[in-house]
Design a protein around this ligand. Structure first.
Ligand code: SAH
Length: 473
């Protein structure tokens, strides 16, 4: 089975840098169920095509998945479409062959990796339960123009009709990392056949690869359901994590897993795309910081640094310090922000360090504002007073912004069993009354005033999904 990626962005041979595969060579990869080769049928300045050719060995495939003879039509294990159709096996091969490119990394051409370039992706035979129409629903919201032609069962006998396979061509102007993560996630979804390696860490892989675009995808429920082969409990937990959105849980991500570096595009430009809560949250925080005129900002519990990237884009913000207790989260932030490749002027505005917010820390003093975005609910209730002392009492920024889930709104999330939190690491989730009470008490104890607002679509009875408190001295 074959996948080709073509660009006309000149010099087109830079595709070799983006994919970390030299256009003059054939690159071979051994896989548990066969082998893959990457090569370039065409490599000129004007146009360059990389091909990934996957050879599936049906016998190795059966061995790799263990003996399932008892539960399956035994010959069907060996004689099937796997060697010929672009299925989830191709997605796995793609993940292996282009791992670094999937992560958005390219040391030799970092600006190019961050740039949307004209791309054409062709797949001659894609098994697609749901037909051409489904292919459109999956890829079009991501910015692709989709051509999906059914492949006839046999060209000599048109009366036999079409096979369940599509010849799929995607064209669009996208970053290479985005294009590859779209394929990595959506090929198994189109296929819909149960792939056998689904396990809990598949969820992390899915969220790491798709997190940035999946939360806003109109078909996200279908994508998650099919990707996880209908494993109910995993599907629910994953949808919860997507809705809870940027609790990216950097600590839980496997190092081997790709992270996409930035929000792709401006969601406002696509009116029918529902805006993810995490985007609305960051926008609300930026709005408040602007109103406050804050120049030096602390991002406490910064996680993988999504907010820091936004803060740096604000000319009025002159210094941003991200603090997190998790070294892993900080490593992700470092990578996301591409600190090494930033111009010096920008780099000088950022500082990242490890710290626990429940301990007094002199490094946190002297700031205009501190943001705690989706952090307090990760702290044990018994440790909250220590956090209050460290932030409001000792660091004493001129203002403090706190966001946290509104527990009442959980009733709107039909995928979330009653009484469960949005995220497994949450220690609590507050109702509006509970948050108001905590905020008033903390403000009072430390000489701040507080105003509470919400983020996200308001339900008349339940309020908004996210609560936001703005404390000012
Ligand atoms: N603010 C980020 C991350 C939220 S997830 C965002 O909204 O995207 C919560 C983060 O808080 C995690 O990265 C976790 O490591 C961090 N965290 C939890 N308890 C902490 C503590 N006591 N001190 C510092 N960071 C903490």
């Amino acid at each position: 089975m074959l996948l080709t990626v073509t660009t006309t962005h000149e010099p087109a041979t830079d595709l070799g840098f983006l994919l970390h595969k030299h256009p003059d060579r054939v690159h071979h990869l051994d896989l548990a169920y066969g082998g893959a080769d990457v090569f370039y049928p065409e490599a000129t300045e004007a146009r360059c095509t990389a091909a990934l050719l996957l050879e599936v060995d049906p016998v190795a495939l059966v061995r790799a998945r263990g003996n399932r003879a008892a539960e399956a039509f035994s010959l069907g294990q060996y004689v099937n479409d796997r060697p010929y159709a672009a299925s989830s096996l191709l997605a796995v091969a793609l993940g292996r062959a282009f791992r670094t490119a999937l992560q958005g990394r390219c040391d030799q051409r970092p600006e190019l990796a961050a740039t949307a370039i004209p791309l054409e992706i062709a797949l001659p035979a894609v098994p697609c339960r749901g037909g051409a129409e489904l292919a459109g629903r999956l890829f079009e919201p991501l910015g692709w123009a989709v051509t999906a032609d059914p492949v006839p069962l046999d060209e000599q006998f048109p009366a036999w009709g079409d096979s369940p396979y599509l010849r799929l061509t995607l064209t669009g102007t996208l970053r290479i990392a985005d294009a590859l993560t779209h394929l990595y996630v959506l090929l198994p979804v189109l296929d819909g056949a149960k792939h056998y390696w689904v396990s809990a860490d598949e969820v992390d892989k899915l969220l790491a690869a798709g997190g940035e675009w999946l939360a806003g995808h109109p078909e996200r429920a279908l994508i998650v359901r099919r990707y996880l082969a209908k494993r109910g409990e995993l599907v629910r937990a994953t949808l919860a994590r997507l809705a809870e959105a940027d609790d990216t849980e950097a600590e839980a991500l496997d190092d081997a897993v790709p992270v996409s570096a930035e929000d792709s595009g401006d969601p406002a430009a696509e009116p029918d795309r529902q805006e993810p809560l995490r985007v609305l949250r960051r926008r609300a925080i930026l709005h408040e910081l602007r109103e406050l005129g804050a120049a030096k900002v602390l991002d406490l519990g910064c996680g993988d640094g999504v907010l820091i990237a936004d803060l740096l884009a604000e000319p009025s913000i002159t210094a941003v310090t991200g603090v997190d207790v998790s070294a892993r989260a900080l490593a992700y932030a470092h990578r996301r922000l591409r600190i090494e490749t930033l111009p010096e002027r920008k780099r000088d505005r950022i500082q990242l360090f490890q710290g626990a917010l429940t301990y007094l820390d002199e490094r946190l003093a002297g700031y205009d504002a501190a943001v705690l975005m989706e952090v307090v609910e990760h702290v044990d209730p018994a440790r909250l007073p220590a956090l209050e002392r460290a932030v409001f009492g000792a660091a004493r920024p001129k203002s403090v912004l706190v966001t946290t889930p509104n527990a009442e709104y959980n009733a709107r999330y039909e995928w979330l069993p009653a009484g469960q939190f949005r995220h497994p690491d949450h220690r609590f989730e507050w109702t509006r009354a509970e948050f108001a009470e905590w905020s008033a008490r903390a403000a009072d104890a430390h000489g701040y005033e507080v105003r509470i607002t919400g983020v996200g679509p308001a339900d008349p009875a339940l309020g908004t999904p996210t609560q936001l408190a703005v404390f000012t001295r």
